[in-house]
Write a protein that binds this ligand. Structure first.
Ligand code: AMP
Length: 214
């Protein structure tokens, strides 16, 4: 299975990517997670990316394109992958087409998570993440078993720096301007499939499962 998950921040792409990754035993490739990892490590890319990520702006195309190219060429991505949060611009989509061509593979689909603004805001403000394994939780919808502690790692959950109201607003604006045009881009290629990002995790997962059965 080779999928791109497209949709606004808070559409549930990351959570769905995690579930699909576990059930299909293929990597979920989240450019946001890779960037946050690099920021934590204090690497050169991390230092450059920090100001963009924390303010809700997009990291320059060249930086993310290089990261994704490397990741798609690694062995564990050979059997399939789920791209979450990439591409986010037309230039990134074109670069992805090119690398897929070079690898002689095609996408099964681009899943577009259509999501209402009320749901987006509720999800982002209540989101908590494990700083160690990156697993996503939500204070109401996906609570951990023990209050504010990761079920898998036992460490305290954190709120992302860019999940504050002002930065969320900025991210939504950036999404509309830079990323929303990809709906038309992939519709033109005939690879876009619309799903509702408003559904809960299990419901949507079962719909996606049916789409790719057999
Ligand atoms: P996410 O975890 O997907 O919400 O991404 C968090 C932040 O990482 C975004 O607001 C951007 O600053 C940066 N980022 C993630 N993916 C990309 C991308 N494909 N292109 C540019 N910036 C990205």
């Amino acid at each position: 299975m080779r999928l791109v998950l497209l949709g606004p921040p808070g559409a549930g792409k990351g959570t769905q990517a995690e579930v699909l990754s576990r059930s299909h035993k293929i990597p979920a490739i989240s450019t946001g997670d890779i960037l946050r990892e690099k920021i934590k490590d204090g690497s050169e890319i991390g230092k450059e990316a920090k100001k963009y990520v924390e303010s809700g702006a997009l990291v320059p195309d060249a930086v993310v394109i290089k990261m994704v190219k490397e990741r798609l060429r690694s062995d564990d991505a050979r059997a399939g992958f789920i791209l979450d949060g990439f591409p986010r611009t037309v230039a990134q989509a074109e670069a992805l087409d090119k690398v897929l061509n070079e690898l002689r593979i095609t996408l099964d689909a681009v899943l577009y998570f259509e999501t209402s603004t009320a749901v987006i805001l509720e999800r982002l403000t209540g989101r908590r993440v494990c700083p160690k394994c990156r697993r996503n939780y939500h204070i109401k919808n996906i609570p951990p078993k023990r209050d504010n502690v990761c079920d898998d790692c036992g460490v305290q959950l954190i709120q992302r720096k860019d999940d504050t109201e002002d930065t969320i607003r900025r991210r939504l604006k950036v999404y509309e301007e830079e990323t929303a045009p990809l709906v038309e881009y992939y519709e033109g290629k005939g690879s876009l499939k619309r799903v509702s990002g408003d559904l809960d995790v299990e419901e949507l997962n079962s719909i996606i499962g049916k789409m790719f059965k057999g």
